[in-house]
Design a binder for this molecule. Structure first.
Ligand code: BGC
Length: 760
């Protein structure tokens, strides 16, 4: 389905309105339509769009004086879009300037990073992916879209669908992890959530999957650094989530910052025009990442800004996202000098104008400020965020059934992250409301029964980044240094508290400014004194539940041996603490699964379950002499309060011809004593063929709840979509004549197996 067929406005109507507008436009006005500017407006808390971020300055020197430059460009009628405006009154004011400044009365599109919620903050994207629940993911982004549209935003720079296989890269938190099949399902669900059937309809926004393409494979996990991907990795691993997003009708795509195989992604004609538009038929518009057109000069690719603009346009970038001094302002010069083609310029302008027509902007450019207030306050949005947080938590370990906790007794809550409103929200949020944010400590206090005693001690001070990030310029982003903190006394207080309690709930992980963009790390250990705190608490002999607050796998080797219960809660959002309490006390059962292989130590990365098999496969787990080369927890791992047994894996046929479908079925029974949630997973392995294929590849999954003793039989079709792969020798998609092993179970180490043959 293309974006065209999704629009409620007919293609003919859109084309007619675009034709009428473009006919009278000068080259400078056209270049203006292709320019998007940052506009920094961080509202105060009493404004309808304002959260507790109030008072933050524009983040960084590059943004200084932005407002004046942008308003001058609006007055000249040379702005196509603005980003970072989230206050509806401000959006209306700027829109009026745009319409009055433009001879044709063309409004601007407002775009924003609506990554995991606007006011109601949902769990971070990697957490949402860990739900393995496309329905909950779609509903979450529908809530985000509704809030965004209410404040005047037309377009979300999301989802990030970059595959991430190196957790040193901070942006792993923004995606769906290591796997292309899960990544594609999550990408499509998010696009549907943002856009519904028509991004122009009320409460919907244009979705802009990013960053095209390969950004997650940055060398050394260092954000923005070069990416070198083989043909096979590109087609089989990194591109499928983008293809799924395009097929789901995404109206926009954002380019990536880095070089891909030696050519900057933002100047890459092959990628942007031949693959995206040509092979895939993408009909929406393309935007560059922030300053990425400008950067074509930095890469040593373009000679100067005029060349940068001309080459980005030539590669297929419709709109430049500019921090300042846009390269696209030089397009008139580039056209006059014959470096760029006016027909190409017109094609880009048409795509941008078409998006404005489809969004209904020409008919209703303004936003209703009262309605914004109402939508942002909707309690149904908080309920959806709570459900999403419940469904995204992953129970990594539960020795002796320590979880769920009993209602009564005394609970020690320990660790600075347990009591941090800002950190539980995670990175990439700006319009949150800290007052309504429920911390883990709040959640446990609210939920624990009358007879329970809940006491808190941080134990240690927050850890800090060695090098701050641009995001730390926003108020509340870096953790505050506590005043007068006596390290020895505080540690002793936490240990005493644990000692005096029936159970200790210890919350450890990374502060949210340690993960996300510009948040790569060279190590995976718990930052600061957290491991020492954990060890001191465990040494008291009080049973410990470890809650991990994170967006990347951390080195949990010690905990995995010494702590009986470990629940990965990620950054669970506005209602995070309430959801965590629901899980701890067994009001709901956890059922999330890891969307990546959890390494033991940073030296193993990148580590993926879908590796190929080579010399000495029996020694796969002994590739290093100093540490296991297997993951600490496999991809797809996650426990529940039930216990699941898989049996009767059968195939409806044992032989098919290439192009046909075989259906696998498997029966799952909850043999435990409590209800539980499970995600059944289906993997394949191709025994031989015209290329080597991975030892396991995910090709199906289903999440469900089972009461104790209950069984369910599930079906997984395996057809051409699941069985074909990109063959780097043939440079094409192939289905080999071969034998396929099928595995079904609760994680990527599943052992239950069956096989079938494909004939040529
Ligand atoms: C990020 C994008 C983001 C853009 C606008 C860039 O630095 O890479 O993901 O959408 O900024 O905030």
């Amino acid at each position: 389905m293309s974006v065209h067929s999704m629009s409620a406005r007919s293609d003919a109507e859109v084309a007619a309105r675009v034709d009428a507008l473009i006919a009278g436009m000068t080259v400078a006005e056209k270049a203006g339509q292709l320019t998007q500017y940052f506009y920094f407006d961080i509202p105060s808390p009493d404004q309808p769009g304002g959260g507790n971020t109030g008072g933050a300055e524009a983040p960084g020197p590059g943004f200084a004086g932005q407002g004046n430059t942008v308003e001058a460009a609006l007055a000249r009628g040379e702005v196509g879009s603005l980003l970072f405006v989230t206050d509806p009154a401000q959006a209306n004011r700027l829109q009026r300037l745009a319409i009055e400044g433009n001879r044709h009365g063309i409004p601007v599109l407002f775009g924003f990073d609506v990554i995991h919620g606007l006011r109601t903050i949902f769990p971070v994207p990697i957490a949402m992916a860990a739900s393995w629940d496309p329905g909950v993911i779609e509903r979450g982004q529908a809530v985000a879209a509704r809030e965004a549209r209410a404040v005047g935003i037309h377009w979300a720079f999301a989802p990030m669908v970059d595959i991430a296989r190196d957790p040193r890269w901070g942006r792993i938190v923004e995606g769906a992890g290591e796997d292309p099949y899960l990544g594609a399902a999550v990408a499509a669900a998010q696009v549907r959530g943002f856009q519904g059937d028509d991004p122009g309809s009320p409460g919907r926004v244009i979705s802009g999957p990013k960053h095209f393409a390969g950004y997650g494979a940055a060398l050394g996990g260092r954000d923005y650094d070069e990416v070198n991907l083989s043909d096979s990795e590109l087609w089989n691993v990194y591109l499928p989530p983008f293809k799924a997003a395009v097929d789901a009708g995404a109206g926009n795509i954002m380019t990536a910052y880095m070089d891909l195989n030696g050519v900057p992604a933002t100047g890459n004609h092959w990628l942007l025009t031949e693959i995206l538009r040509g092979t895939w038929g993408f009909g929406g518009f393309l935007v560059s990442d922030a300053q990425a057109v400008h950067n074509l000069r930095t890469h040593g690719f373009a000679a100067d800004l005029t060349d940068a603009g001309a080459r980005a346009l030539g590669a297929g970038v419709d709109m430049e996202m500019a921090i300042g001094d846009p390269a696209y302002a030089h397009l008139p010069e580039a056209i006059a000098a014959g470096l760029a083609d006016e027909a190409a310029l017109d094609a880009c302008v048409r795509r941008v104008l078409a998006a404005k027509v489809r969004m209904g902007l020409l008919d209703q450019p303004y936003v209703d400020e009262d309605q914004a207030r109402e939508v942002l306050a909707d309690p149904a949005h908080r309920a959806a965020a709570r459900e999403a947080a419940q469904r995204s938590a992953v129970l990594l370990r539960n020795e002796g059934g320590l979880l769920p906790l009993a209602d009564a007794g005394s609970i020690a809550v320990i660790g600075p992250l347990a009591d941090s409103r800002r950190d539980i929200l995670g990175p990439w949020v700006f319009d949150f409301d800290l007052d309504e944010t429920v911390t883990v400590l709040d959640g446990i206090r609210n939920r624990a029964g009358q007879g329970a005693e809940v006491r808190y001690a941080p134990g240690i001070r927050p850890a800090q980044r060695v090098f701050p990030s641009m995001f730390d310029m926003f108020a509340n982003n870096a953790p505050a240094e506590p005043a007068a903190f006596d390290d020895t006394a505080e540690l002793a207080r936490a240990v005493t508290l644990a000692h005096e309690s029936d159970v200790a709930v210890v919350v450890l992980g990374e502060w949210q400014n340690m993960i996300g963009e510009a948040a790569s790390r060279s190590r995976l250990e718990l930052p600061g004194e957290q491991l020492a705190l954990l060890q001191a608490v465990v040494a008291t002999g009080t049973p410990v539940v470890l809650l991990v607050m994170n967006g990347r796998p951390l080195d949990l080797r010690w905990a995995a041996e010494h702590v009986p219960a470990i629940l990965d809660i990620w950054y669970p959002g506005t209602q995070g603490g309430a959801a965590v309490a629901d899980l701890l006390f067994g009001d709901v059962a956890p059922g999330g699964k890891l969307p990546f292989s959890w390494p033991r130590t940073v030296g193993q990365v990148p580590l993926v379950y879908s590796h190929t098999i080579s010399h000495e496969p029996a020694n796969q787990g002994r590739r290093y002499w100093d540490e296991e080369s297997t993951p600490l927890y496999p991809f797809g791992h996650g426990l529940s309060y039930g216990r699941f047994e898989y049996r009767a894996l059968t195939l409806d046929r044992d032989r098919i011809q290439a192009g046909e479908t075989v259906t696998a079925s498997v029966t799952v029974t909850n043999t435990g004593e409590r209800a539980g949630d499970e995600v059944a997973q289906l993997y394949i392995h191709q025994r031989h063929g015209t290329a080597s294929r991975p030892v396991r590849e995910l090709k199906g999954f289903q999440r469900f709840t089972l009461a104790p003793g209950e069984s369910r039989t599930l079906e997984f079709p395996l057809g051409p979509g699941e069985l074909r792969y990109w063959n780097a020798a043939a440079r094409d998609w192939v289905i080999d004549a071969t034998t396929i092993d099928v595995f079904a179970g609760g994680d990527s180490a599943a052992e239950l197996t069956a096989s079938f043959t494909i004939t040529g």
